[in-house]
Write a protein that binds this ligand. Structure first.
Ligand SMILES: *Cc1c(COP(=O)(O)O)cnc(C)c1O
Length: 389
């Protein structure tokens, strides 16, 4: 029996049946090249869903994480811990945020933002002004509150009753006005929708929304879990839109490969959370924060320009593939429309040694931010073979 078969059998026998997996087990890697238990090499255009920003086995990141591991792996939030303060400071310096709450995942970061938005409104306007408006096609997580805020019906099957006072709008200012009445405390957006289909929001809409929110003291939450941390060629995707949100949530790439989420509080929300309002046992784990500090230090303005360069290169080549009708998204968050079943394309790519993701009808590419030209070209060649047939 092959190594892969051993792995597959244990997985299939004992794990909850919640994941439909591709028939490959990843055992290691180097940059944007991953190794399978089948002995094959795979070019990685997925980064573990935008998590492994610098690919596999990045030396600088590993050193930062190991140094912290040798000091202490976990400190309870009853006590101070140096890496938390360091990462929070880096995040605030780079974004203009005032404070940070650390969670362990994107869903939890959003959970924190939604709770904070409700408390902000409660303290200022009293009970009842508590509606969260999200956009149709959005994805905000799998906890019951964030699942409720996910504007896609297919995720809602089986799990009602949902959290009350969450509603959905089309990404137009007219529809947000229709849905967001006087009982609304926050609107949450992904500047580039990820799971919903790799579509960047219209800049005119986002700016009008920010103005509307400011005027009515509705908090604007930017969910940067997927599109943040350098993915689009800016540190956070909202920077492309020239807006200042009231709350920013992020996760995925923030730890560079370790689980961490963050909710960033800006001017209006700085003092919302007080002792006892929110918490997390693992939130702000020092090893994860050390990974995050390394990520932030590496995502310099110079590095982000290189990300933009790589994105331009990939996008130009992808547009030239016969059968690609549209290239969507921003930076290295790339969607491909082909008119063909995206899952079938992903399966064929895998067979030829390329890992890609999908989002509904789009093939979704989220390569490591430092991917080299050789690996981009190898991946492009496989995509071309599969799509051109
Ligand atoms: C992945 C994702 C989440 C959920 O993050 P988890 O870490 O899986 O909880 C939330 N929002 C967006 C935009 C995401 O892409």
């Amino acid at each position: 029996m092959s190594d892969f078969e051993h792995i597959r059998i244990a997985n299939d026998a004992y794990l909850a049946e919640s994941y439909a997996r591709f028939p490959v087990a990843i055992t290691g890697g180097e940059g944007a090249t991953l190794f399978g238990a089948d002995g094959k090499k795979y070019i990685d255009f997925g980064s573990g869903i935008a998590v492994n920003l610098f690919g596999a086995n990045d030396e600088g990141w590993k050193t930062a994480v190991k140094e912290q591991l040798d000091l202490i792996a976990h400190v309870s939030n009853y006590y101070y811990s140096e890496p938390q303060g360091r990462l929070a400071e880096l995040l605030c310096e780079r974004t203009g945020a005032k404070r940070v709450f650390f969670a362990n995942s994107g869903g939890e970061a959003n959970e924190c933002a939604f709770k904070a938005a409700r408390k902000y409104s409660y303290m200022k306007y009293g009970a009842g002004r508590n509606k969260i408006v999200s956009l149709k096609g959005s994805f905000h997580g799998r906890t019951l509150f964030t699942l409720t805020a996910t504007g896609q019906e297919e995720f809602h099957r089986y799990f009602d009753p949902f959290v009350p006072q969450v509603d959905y709008a089309e990404p137009t200012i007219a529809d947000v006005r229709r849905v967001a009445g006087g009982d609304t405390c926050a609107v949450v957006i992904e500047c580039v929708q990820g799971e919903g289909g790799v579509e960047a929001l219209d800049p005119g809409f986002v700016r009008a929304l920010a103005a509307e929110c400011r005027e009515r003291d509705i908090l604007l939450i930017c969910d940067e879990v997927q599109c943040g941390n350098g993915r689009t060629g800016k540190l956070y995707a909202y920077e492309h839109y020239g807006i200042t949100p009231d709350l920013v949530t992020t996760a995925k790439g923030l730890g560079g490969g370790l689980p961490i989420g963050a909710c960033l509080f800006f001017d209006r929300t700085e003092h919302v959370l007080k002792p006892g309002d929110h918490g997390s046992t693992f939130g702000g784990n020092p090893v994860c924060c050390a990974g995050g500090c390394y990520v932030m230090s590496r995502l310099s303005e110079e590095f982000l320009l290189e990300v933009q360069g790589r994105a331009e290169y990939l996008r130009a080549k992808l547009k030239n593939i016969c059968g690609v009708t549209r290239v969507t998204g921003l930076g290295l968050m790339i969607g491909l429309e082909t008119g063909r079943d995206a899952k079938a394309i992903a399966g064929e790519c895998l067979n030829r040694g390329l890992l890609v993701l999908t989002a509904h009808s789009h093939v979704r590419l989220l390569p490591p931010l430092n991917i080299g030209k050789t690996e981009m070209d190898e991946g492009l060649a496989i995509l071309r073979e599969v799509i051109e047939g």
